[in-house]
Design a protein around this ligand. Structure first.
Ligand code: FAD
Length: 384
């Protein structure tokens, strides 16, 4: 067992680096020995997007941001300038380069590669057991679920039923094909199968963009299914000319209201996805996790989210699960009949009840009413 640390972070991904950044701004932080334990030597390979209308502290690593947002569906399309909001793109490479330089390089911060398997409480210390070492601290935070608790979950009852799963290509086209000022947030002009399927296009220059095929569904696709959909979409809506695939992004994000923090290692404080910071109906997490961390340190006022937002998420998740074919119509109504700024405020859980009522009045009511009745009749059905 190594000499005890003051703090251990299990997992050194997005939320851990957000936590460390706010922690190191605290007065006493320099005297605390901090250990980050991550199973991989390399940092997670991903990108983060989020909209924001206020400073968020990561301005210096935003690779690109847009104020024009487009939505398309078989029934039409719309584009709005969302100022004062902007839609930001942060590459994982920039995020972790900054974290290495500004956080992990501090003399009191240490990072090691080890896979954590268990955590035990011994004489007021928390012991972290990895594959190759054991570490202890008074205070342990974890963005990783407990391996044992995951193992103990019944096989018939999957942890998550519904996923946002995706595969995207960073493509370079042989001629100008994009407007780098404008993001395609959701394009539903694509066959709907195994869930709600849409495309997402982030253009960085006139000839370079991330084009992503995203599915809200229960069935994860194989690589060829995404690739076929991507090829068809690019040929139909972007360019019939040559393009080169420069890079790929893939992933899946749980769309679930399950309390993930109950699956954490006992005696640790959950962070990030493991703390339930992913918005179940959208998959966005970056700013929610940052706010969670800032609230812990009193850097922003603690705000309780009205329970009605969890209720809206529950209805939407059930519609996605049971009637995915309705999703494109709901999204079409949402984005063509409302200012996008209102939609963002609503998804950020900052809208007023009167705004919500006005917004719901613009949506097809049948699927919501159906799920509302089901929820009244089956209030205790497991959360997705
Ligand atoms: C490809 C992808 C794209 C995404 N895009 C967006 C986006 O655009 N906007 C947005 O808001 N959200 C997005 N998300 C969702 C969310 O923001 C990310 O998943 C985010 O990285 C979650 O942060 P985290 O700290 O919870 O987990 P991670 O960043 O995944 O960090 C967890 C860390 O724990 C380590 N680890 C795992 N198991 C162990 C173990 N047993 N022992 C030690 N270490 C371990 C992993 O190696 C990893 O480094 C995306 C997710 C994915 C997968």
């Amino acid at each position: 067992m190594e000499a005890p640390y003051d703090i251990i972070l299990i997992g050194g991904g997005c939320s851990a680096m957000q936590w460390l950044r706010v922690f190191l701004e605290q007065e006493e932080a320099g005297q605390q020995q901090v250990l980050v334990v991550d199973k991989d030597q390399a940092f997670p390979d991903r990108t983060w997007c989020f909209w924001s209308n206020k400073p968020h502290g990561y301005e210096n690593i935003v690779t690109h941001s847009w104020s024009k947002i487009r939505f398309a569906s078989p029934w039409g399309e719309t584009m709005q300038d969302v100022s004062p909001y902007r839609y930001h793109y942060v590459s994982g490479r920039h995020f972790f380069e900054a974290a290495s330089k500004e956080l992990l390089s501090k003399s009191n911060v240490h990072r090691i590669t080890d896979t954590v398997q268990a955590v035990h409480q011994v004489n007021g210390q928390t012991e972290v057991h990895g594959e190759t070492g054991q570490y202890s601290a008074k205070y342990v935070l974890s963005s990783v679920p407990s391996t044992e608790k995951l193992r103990n979950l019944s096989e018939n009852k999957p942890l998550v039923k519904l996923w946002q799963h995706f595969r995207g290509w960073f493509i370079k086209t042989s001629e100008a094909a994009f407007d780098p000022e404008e993001v395609m947030l959701m394009d539903f002009r694509t066959p709907q199968r195994d869930g709600a399927v849409f495309f997402y296009v982030l253009p960085f220059t006139a000839d370079y963009a991330l084009v992503e095929c995203t599915v809200f569904g229960q069935q994860i696709w194989d690589q060829f299914a995404y690739e076929e959909a991507l090829r068809t979409y690019i040929r139909t809506y972007i360019t019939t000319k040559d393009y080169e695939i420069k890079d790929t992004e893939e992933g899946r994000i749980p769309m679930s209201q399950r309390d993930f923090s109950r699956l954490g290692f006992d005696g640790t404080q959950a962070l990030g996805t493991a703390a339930g910071n992913v918005k179940p109906s959208t998959g966005y997490m970056f700013l929610r996790s940052l706010r969670h961390v800032q609230q812990q340190f009193g850097a922003v006022p603690a705000q309780s989210v009205p329970p009605r937002f969890a209720f809206y998420d529950a209805l939407l998740l059930r519609i996605i699960e049971e009637s995915p074919e309705e999703v494109s119509r709901i999204m079409h109504a949402l984005f063509t009949r409302n200012p996008f700024q209102h939609v963002f405020r609503f998804l950020d859980e900052e809208s007023r009840l009167t705004d919500d009522i006005r917004m719901f009045a613009t949506l097809p009511w049948r699927p919501f009413l159906k799920q509302l009745f089901k929820k009244i009749l089956q209030p205790n059905k497991d959360p997705l």
